[in-house]
Write a protein that binds this ligand. Structure first.
Ligand code: PBG
Length: 324
């Protein structure tokens, strides 16, 4: 009989010894909870493809924020669904827009919960693209001017951090300049530095009512086969002043997350997107996967690959598990 010289199973024998050699740990402070804000009062519209997620009116948003804060989750990221969409996404650039009002209400009700805002136009335009259209394409530099206005509106409302997600060239530099010029030198930028044109955003587009009315986002979001380009994108954002780099989606792009974290060493975020959440739920509903188990396993995998923080719709459920 062959007898192995070394036996790794020695360190797996009991829960105690496994805990002792465990390399990665999750805590509720790793999470950022995404929330969808809509007009109205007492509104809590379930999002069918994202069980447990809702479009919330501002009063309901506050209630949700209190729950999140009580679970020791430090931050949320807000997405707005405006009453009126137009060709440039005016609601997003108004101090009376849905996000500006939501941020003010949240900072008043739960001042210590960090409020991050998604800075992009797809939820606010009637065509569903992420900026100003020129023909059938998004005009990069015209969009930058609007992103500057949107970021300043968010900061003026009290946003603790802004997160540009539109994959426009120069967006981080443009936003940094605008924030600084208005005195918001202390508002950090979490850049969606590496965001792929992904099929995994499907459920989000139902949630945020932001599906493009024609074409797709492949002229601005990244091509999934590319990884060297991801490092170049991240490098540009570092040079432009990004404080935190994000990779999105998370699970299908763990190789990219690992490289970005290793290469730049900046605080690095990963976005476990709507489709990643939906597919785990769908499989669990069929009895094919144990939801709690794959939820925790997916989150620990994302952290192990290099995420210092995780934007995830599982934030509350995972925090509850970690807190018990
Ligand atoms: C753009 C934005 C999107 C997501 C976050 N910010 C949608 C898109 O690029 O189409 C997707 C998040 C998710 O799928 O959970 N504002």
């Amino acid at each position: 009989m062959f007898e192995p010289y070394y036996r790794p199973r020695r360190l797996r024998k009991t829960p105690a010894i496994r805990a002792m050699v465990r390399e990665t740990h999750l805590t509720p402070s790793d999470f950022i909870a995404p929330l969808f804000v809509t007009e109205g009062k007492g509104v809590r519209n379930p999002i069918s493809s994202m069980p447990g997620q809702f479009q919330l009116s501002i009063d309901e948003l506050i209630a949700e924020a209190k729950e999140i804060f009580a679970l020791d989750i430090p931050a949320v990221i807000l997405f707005g669904i405006p009453a009126i969409k137009d060709d440039v996404g005016s609601d997003a650039m108004s101090d009376e827009g849905i996000i500006a009002r939501a941020v003010r209400a949240m900072k008043e009700a739960v001042p210590d919960l960090l409020v991050i805002t998604d800075v992009c136009f797809c939820e606010y335009t009637d065509h569903g693209h992420c900026g100003v259209l020129h023909g059938h394409d998004v005009d990069n530099d015209a969009t930058l001017a609007n992103l500057q206005k949107q970021a300043v509106v968010h900061a003026r409302a009290g946003a603790d951090m802004v997160a540009p997600s539109g994959m426009m060239d120069g967006m981080v530099g443009a936003i940094r300049e605008a924030l600084d010029a208005e005195g918001f030198t202390d508002v950090p930028i979490m850049s969606y530095a590496v965001k792929y044109a992904s099929g995994f955003y499907g459920p989000f587009r139902e949630a945020a009512e932001s599906a493009p009315q024609f074409g797709d986002r492949s002229t601005y979001q990244m091509d999934p086969p590319n990884s060297r380009e991801a490092l170049r994108e991240a490098q540009l954002d570092v040079e432009e002043g990004a404080d935190i780099l994000m990779v999105k989606p998370a699970m299908p792009y763990l190789d990219i997350l690992y490289q970005v974290r290793q290469t730049f060493g900046l605080p690095t975020a990963a976005y476990q997107v709507s489709g990643e959440y939906a597919m785990l739920h769908a499989a669990a509903q069929n009895g094919w996967l144990d939801l709690d188990r794959v939820m925790m396993e997916s989150l620990i995998a994302i952290k192990r690959a290099g995420a210092d923080m995780i934007l995830t719709y599982f934030a509350k459920d995972a925090a509850r598990r970690l807190n018990t």
